[in-house]
Write a protein of this length. Structure first.
Length: 594
């Protein structure tokens, strides 16, 4: 065969083989590429199924944690459980939304999810109701909802089982595809290397994400630890199997004056207590605590490292450890030393007030005796003086000249003045003694009756009275107040050309303010401090008659009703007197006789 023909056949065969090799390479490359793409798609679905299973487990666990937090709050009243419930409830809601997104392509799973979601909503609503109840009612209902919780767990387990079955199917198909791909990838090393590079890149990204997540988790853990150690109350945790403290926060260590190494694993709760409190804890509280697994609102004295003591309010709960092998108690203490000192001071003040009340009772008794003496012993001589003066004036009129009769009339006038003074003193004494009986009455009727009496003796005086709201007070004593203020206004405006007496009223949020205004002579406010003093007068007896006791009586009556009394005036421009009464009357304790 000629050489040219052989070389042509060789080139042709080479070309054919090259072409076949190229076709084979392209086929292998195409098949490998297609296999790799199919593998990636299957891997995505496998990852999707793993994600669904993980979210299902997290959702189930979160719902259980939310329910446990509500029960913990119902049993202990600890606000941390309430906050934990809100956190778990929000997280459960977010996880259910995530499940809707992940399982949107699976109709069967969506039906189960929607039913389970309704059950979760019902269970969280029941748990939230526990938070709103008072503790005794919540503790009675704390075990309710178990059947609903079982249904929720069954729903999650059913969805998880379906996902696991789907995962097994997809894993089997992926494994078969992977075997075929490996055979083809051996021929296509470049594709394999590219795939490894891609996988390596993805792994690097995932590692970076994991490191960032760990850093965030560590930061969150540090923040929680900081909150725990620097809380405004003391915390410590006890392993009830050996009674040793296994954890304690910095706040309690600072109060006690110990280091963490001195306490953790070395001391028990009773080691921290003062001897008397330790004995009481071991004898009474600890057995009760182990039985009920809860104590609250107990006052105990703690002993510091230097031997000094402080009082704390103690709350504690006990729960099993995660593996149920031990009983762990968590104790919260609040330093109430300041409150104790305040209570002791209050007790001392109460004792002092009791002594003063007894003294006041004795003074009132003496005042009652004095009033009796004034009413009987002093009036008898006055009646005798007045009677003998009248006998002299009537029976010995012929023997007594005009000057003598005038002297007898002076005696009788002074006797009447003395009798008025005695009457006013008795009124003043009675205003601060005896039982203060309160009632609601019409202030309009009372003031109208007082003014009617004044009009008969003073027809020239004009009275202006608006609508007056009633008050809760002692009607007799308030009648005396109005009589004194209105008669004073009439007296000091009597010399005016057109005497006018006006009554006013203001309604405040806590009190009624009544006023009596006249257009009389008025007074200088520099001497206002003398107005309500006993026997204090700003005008001469010759100008305006009186004993100087009326305003003092007004002030004592109003103050006894826990009100206020004051005056405003200018010389020759009239005067205004005000007094206030509480809208709701006195507190019950103030109504008792002293």
């Amino acid at each position: 065969m000629p050489m040219n023909k052989q070389s042509g056949l060789a080139r042709a065969s080479t070309g054919i083989f090259f072409f076949l090799a190229l076709l084979l390479l392209l086929g292998v490359a195409a098949f490998s590429y297609r296999s790799v793409r199919d593998f990636e798609e299957r891997a995505v679905w496998l990852q999707h199924t793993h994600t669904v299973i993980k979210v299902l487990e997290e959702a189930n666990s979160t719902v259980r944690d939310a329910v446990s937090s509500s029960r913990g709050y119902a049993l202990s009243g600890n606000e941390e459980y309430r906050a934990s419930f809100d956190t778990w409830a929000r997280q459960a809601d977010a996880l259910m939304r995530e499940l809707h997104r992940l399982m949107a392509d699976n109709v069967q799973q969506m039906r189960i999810l929607e039913h389970t979601e309704e059950l979760v909503t019902q269970r969280l609503t029941m748990a939230r109701q526990l938070l709103e109840m008072d503790r005794p009612a919540a503790q009675q209902r704390v075990l309710e909802g178990k059947a609903l919780s079982d249904q929720i767990r069954d729903g999650f387990n059913e969805m998880k089982g379906n996902e696991n079955a789907l995962l097994a199917t997809r894993s089997h198909e992926t494994a078969a595809s992977a075997d075929l791909t490996i055979i083809m990838v051996v021929s296509g090393s470049l594709v394999s290397i590219a795939l490894l590079v891609l996988v390596y890149s993805k792994l690097r990204r995932e590692m970076r994400r994991r490191v960032e997540a760990q850093q965030r988790a560590q930061a969150y853990s540090d923040e929680i630890e900081d909150l725990y150690n620097n809380a405004p109350c003391g915390y410590h945790t006890v392993d009830e199997s050996d009674k040793k403290i296994i954890k304690i926060n910095d706040t309690e260590l600072k109060w006690l004056g110990y280091t963490r190494d001195q306490v953790v694993g070395r001391m028990t709760h009773t080691d921290l207590l003062a001897p008397a409190s330790a004995e009481r804890y071991l004898r009474e509280l600890q057995p009760q605590f182990l039985l009920r697994r809860e104590i609250s609102g107990i006052d105990l004295n703690y002993r510091r490292a230097d031997g000094s003591e402080f009082t704390a309010l103690v709350n504690a709960t006990a729960i099993p450890s995660r593996d149920n092998s031990r009983l762990i108690s968590r104790t919260v203490i609040y330093d109430i030393s300041d409150r104790k000192r305040a209570e002791e001071e209050i007790e001392a003040l109460n004792a002092d007030l009791k002594r003063q009340a007894q003294h006041l009772h004795s003074v009132n008794k003496e005042l009652e005796s004095f009033s009796y003496s004034v009413s009987h012993d002093l009036r008898a001589p006055l009646r005798a003086i007045s009677g003998y003066a009248m006998i002299l004036e009537e029976d010995y009129a012929a023997a007594i000249d005009e000057k003598g009769r005038e002297q007898l009339q002076v005696i009788r006038r002074n006797v009447r003045k003395m009798d008025e003074l005695i009457n006013d003193l008795l009124k003043l004494a009675k205003s601060t003694t005896g039982e203060l009986t309160l009632e609601r009455f019409s202030m309009d009727d009372l003031v109208g009756q007082v003014i009617a009496g004044l009009r008969q003796e003073n027809p020239a005086v004009e009275f202006e009275v608006p609508r007056l709201e009633g008050a809760v007070a002692n009607r007799g004593l308030i009648t005396q107040v109005w009589e004194n203020l209105l008669s004073n206004a009439v007296k000091f405006s009597s010399k005016s050309e057109r005497p006018v007496v006006r009554v006013s009223m203001q309604v405040g949020p806590e009190e009624y303010v009544y006023g009596v205004h006249d257009n009389g002579v008025g007074f200088d406010m520099r001497y206002a401090h003398k107005l309500f003093g006993t026997f204090q007068r700003l005008h001469r007896q010759e100008e305006y008659a009186g004993t100087g006791i009326g305003l003092a009586l007004v002030q004592r009556i109003v103050i006894r009703h826990t009100g206020r009394v004051w005056a405003e005036s200018k010389p020759k421009e009239g005067a205004s007197f005000y007094f206030s009464l509480p809208r709701k009357g006195l507190a019950p304790s103030l109504n008792e006789p002293r």
